[in-house]
Design a protein around this ligand. Structure first.
Ligand code: AMP
Length: 249
């Protein structure tokens, strides 16, 4: 079985994000960029499927700038076999990403595509679902466990009420939740080996799909500053404040 793993280059989760002064977006100048954390979980899951003998080949793919090769090399160091970069300096919205991924799926014919449940920069939580819809494939989103059983996948999903296990037919789309696994660190020898693994660089134009933006960003602002809290002496005072000052009870 071939597994395709889309990985996105995003602002590192430890970075304190600053809004640009003209409110058009977030300042990315000289900021540490990393692989989207949910995509690390996706790569790890694919590598575990390969180690279990279920997957034969893992292809990592990214749509982004030239520098997204760093994140693809990380995926290769974790255990992916080869990588594809579809190069663009433009922001590609989830629908555009899903259309490009569909074109790659048609070329590569994977049995499974494992994406992150969301990218931590735009927090869209859309690409996996859109890709499943475009391909007409089954989807198991927010996965905390994936078991492949012949031509089916049993996916345990994290839902509001707890856990739900569904059986879906392959080929399928899976999106990862936090508890699916703990991604490994790439060892130094594997980082060195990853430098020699194949990484194909393509252009968006090679795929002939319409990725023109459909969304307009009106303005980006900082969240309102949190006001200082107060300490109350006892429950009676708390109830009185909630009733008389906050007006919430
Ligand atoms: P989103 O729908 O933007 O929250 O992203 C969900 C998932 O789609 C991510 O975790 C990635 O697996 C994948 N994805 C989104 N954008 C890209 C991109 N530019 N390149 C590769 N994968 C992406």
């Amino acid at each position: 079985m071939k597994v395709l793993v889309p990985v996105k280059r995003v602002i590192d989760y430890n970075v304190k994000v600053r809004v640009k002064s003209d409110q058009t977006g977030v300042d990315l100048a000289n900021v540490k960029m990393s692989m989207n954390p949910f995509d690390e979980i996706a790569v790890e899951e694919a590598v575990r499927l390969k180690e279990a003998g279920t997957a034969e080949e893992i292809v990592a793919i990214s749509i982004g700038p030239e520098k997204a090769q760093d994140q693809l090399r990380q995926a290769l160091a974790m255990g992916a076999d080869r990588a594809i970069l579809i190069k663009t300096d433009e922001t590609v919205e989830p629908l555009g990403v899903a259309k490009l991924l569909k074109a790659v799926v048609e070329e590569e014919s994977p049995q499974l595509v494992i994406l992150g449940k969301q990218a931590i920069d735009d927090d869209s939580n859309q690409t996996g679902q859109m890709l499943a819809a475009l391909l007409g494939w089954s989807q198991g989103t927010f996965a905390s466990e994936v078991k492949i059983d012949g031509d089916k996948a049993n996916v345990t999903r994290e839902i509001d009420g707890g856990l739900q296990t569904i059986a879906i037919n392959l080929p399928a789309i899976v999106t990862t939740d936090l508890r699916l696994n703990e991604p490994r660190y790439a060892s130094l020898p594997n980082i060195m080996k990853a430098k020699k693994k194949p990484l194909d660089v393509k252009e968006v134009g090679d795929y002939g799909v319409d990725i023109a933006p459909r969304l307009t960003t009106v303005k980006v602002t900082e969240p309102p500053k949190r006001e200082a809290g107060v300490k109350v002496a006892d429950v009676a005072e708390l109830v009185s404040k909630l009733k008389n000052e906050a007006g919430v009870i």
